[in-house]
Design a protein around this ligand. Structure first.
Ligand code: NAD
Length: 405
C-alpha cells in the first residue's frame, strides 16, 4: 500500500449520536488507511465530556481552533432539560456556538448549496450566502415590564457627553422591552469574503436588508457598498455579473428576498444579510435545495494576526431519529455528504494554511468525485436513491473500496 499522506494540523471536534457514529466509520475506512492524521487535535464535545470537564473541553477546543485556524465540527447535542435528566448531567450545557463565535472573532457564517455533478437537487447553479455572525436579536437584552417610560442612553467610552438613543412611553400593562445592537466593524471583512467568493463562483451578489423601514440597517449596506465600489465593482462588470443591475451592487429588501429564493431556482446568486435574516433565509434556501443535508455551514473568523480561522460543519443536527433506529437494530441510511463536505473544507483550509495545498486538495477532490459518482449511479444513500439505495454502512464501504482501488 502507498505511503500515507501527512495531513496538516487541524482541530477535529467530536459530537455524538448518528453523525458521530458515521464519522467514526469514515475515519476508520476512508481516512486512517490513507492519511496520517497525527497532527490533528481531537476534542470531544459530547454532553458527557462537557459535563465531566465542567466545559473545559469547549474552552480547550476554542483555544486550539484559534491557534491552528482550521476546524472540523461534527453536529453536537445541546441538551434539553429532559436530556439533562436522562444523561444525569450537572447542568443543561448551552450551545457551544456563542463561545466559538467569540473565541474565533466570527465574522460571517457562509452557507452555500452543495451540488452533485449529474444530479439536480434544487438550484441549478450555486447559491452563496453570508450571514453576519454577530449582533442583532441573538445578543439582545430584554425585560418584561408594565406601563411607564423607557430611556435608552449611550455612554461613550471616551467619557464624552451621554446621548439618548431612544425615549418612549409604554401605555400597555404588559410589554417586552428589548435592546440590541449591530456591531459593524467587521462588515468590511464580511464584504471582502463575500465578493471574492461570488466572483470565484461567477454569481451575482445581493445585499439583503430591510433598511427602508429599519433605518439602522443602512450602516450594513453602506459598509458593503463601500468595499464593493472600491475593490470589486469593475471586476463584476467585466465578468458580466451585473448586467441586470445597471452595473451597480444590487440591494434586495428582505421580504422580497424570501420570494426570490423560491423563484430563482436557476441559482447563480449570492446574498449577504444580517444575523437573524441570514438564519431564516438560509433555512429557506436549504428547503428549496432539497434539505439541510445539501447546504454548508462555515464560520469564518479572524485571528489577531489577520489569519483567517475557518470552522466547517454540516448544517444538520445529530440525526437523532436515525440514531434511535440504529440502537433498535434497524437499518439506517445517513447521507454523509454535508459532513464530508465540511471535513473536506477543513482539510483544504488546513492545507492552505500549511502552505502546501496540492496533495491534500487532490485527495479530497478524488473523495468528492467518488461520492458524487456513486450517488448519481444509484449507489448512494436512500434520501437520493430511493429504497434500493445503500445503508449507512454500505455507502461507507462502497466509497472505501473506491479509495482503495
Ligand atoms: P437533524 O438535522 O438532526 O434531523 C432533522 C431531520 O432530518 C431528521 O428526520 C433526520 O433524520 C433528517 N436528516 C438530517 N440530516 C440527514 C442526513 N444527512 N441524511 C438523512 N437524513 C437526515 O435535527 P433534529 O432532529 O432537530 O436535532 C437532533 C439533535 O441535533 C438535537 O440534539 C440538536 O440539539 C442537535 N443539533 C445540532 C446542530 C449542530 O451541532 N450544528 C444543529 C442542529 C441540531
Amino acid at each position: 500500500m502507498a505511503a500515507k499522506i501527512k495531513a496538516p494540523p487541524m482541530v477535529f471536534i467530536k459530537g455524538e449520536e448518528m453523525t458521530s457514529y458515521c464519522m467514526d466509520l469514515i475515519m476508520d475506512k476512508w481516512i486512517h488507511p490513507h492519511l496520517d492524521v497525527g497532527a490533528w487535535e481531537f476534542y470531544d464535545l459530547s454532553c458527557r465530556s462537557r459535563d465531566d470537564t465542567e466545559d473545559k473541553v469547549l474552552h480547550d477546543a476554542v483555544a486550539a481552533g484559534a491557534r491552528i485556524g482550521a476546524i472540523f465540527k461534527e453536529p453536537t447535542v445541546t441538551p434539553t432539560a429532559e436530556q439533562q435528566k436522562k444523561l444525569g448531567l450537572k447542568k443543561a450545557w448551552g450551545s457551544p456556538n456563542g463561545a466559538m463565535r467569540r473565541g474565533w472573532n466570527g465574522v460571517t457564517i457562509s452557507r452555500d448549496t452543495i451540488h452533485i455533478e449529474g444530479m439536480q437537487l434544487g438550484y441549478k447553479r450555486p447559491v452563496l450566502f453570508e450571514r453576519h455572525a454577530v449582533g442583532g436579536e441573538y445578543g439582545a437584552g430584554f425585560k418584561s415590564v408594565g406601563s411607564g417610560k423607557v430611556v435608552t442612553t449611550f455612554y461613550p467610552s471616551d467619557g464624552s457627553e451621554p446621548q439618548v438613543v431612544d425615549e418612549r412611553t409604554l401605555a400597555d400593562s404588559n410589554n417586552a422591552v428589548v435592546t440590541y445592537h449591530n456591531p459593524l466593524d467587521n462588515v468590511p471583512d464580511l464584504a471582502h469574503h463575500f465578493f471574492k467568493r461570488c466572483l470565484a463562483a461567477g454569481v451575482t451578489p445581493y445585499v439583503v436588508t430591510k433598511k427602508t423601514v429599519f433605518k439602522w440597517q443602512e450602516g450594513f449596506w453602506l459598509a458593503m457598498k463601500e468595499v464593493f465600489d472600491k475593490d470589486y465593482k469593475q471586476q463584476f462588470v467585466d465578468a458580466g455579473l451585473l448586467s441586470r443591475c445597471g452595473g451597480n451592487l444590487p440591494h434586495l429588501i428582505s421580504d422580497a428576498a424570501t420570494m426570490q429564493i423560491i423563484r430563482w431556482t436557476d441559482g447563480g446568486f449570492g446574498m449577504a444579510a444580517h444575523n437573524y435574516d441570514g438564519d431564516m433565509l438560509t433555512d429557506e434556501v436549504a428547503q428549496v435545495h432539497r434539505s439541510p443535508g445539501f447546504i454548508t455551514s462555515n464560520l469564518i473568523g479572524k485571528r489577531a494576526d489577520g489569519t483567517t480561522i475557518m470552522e466547517f460543519e454540516a448544517s444538520h443536527g445529530t440525526v437523532a431519529d436515525m440514531w434511535e433506529a440504529h440502537l433498535r437494530g434497524e437499518e439506517t441510511s445517513l447521507n454523509p455528504l454535508g459532513m464530508v463536505e465540511a471535513l473536506i473544507g477543513a482539510m483544504n483550509h488546513a492545507a492552505t494554511l500549511s502552505g502546501d495545498e496540492a496533495t491534500i486538495h487532490a485527495w479530497t477532490e478524488r473523495l468528492r468525485t467518488f461520492m458524487h459518482r456513486s450517488m448519481v449511479s444509484g449507489r448512494g444513500t436512500r434520501d437520493l436513491c430511493g429504497p434500493s439505495g445503500l445503508t449507512t454502512e454500505q455507502f461507507i464501504d462502497e466509497i472505501a473500496a473506491q479509495l482503495n482501488g
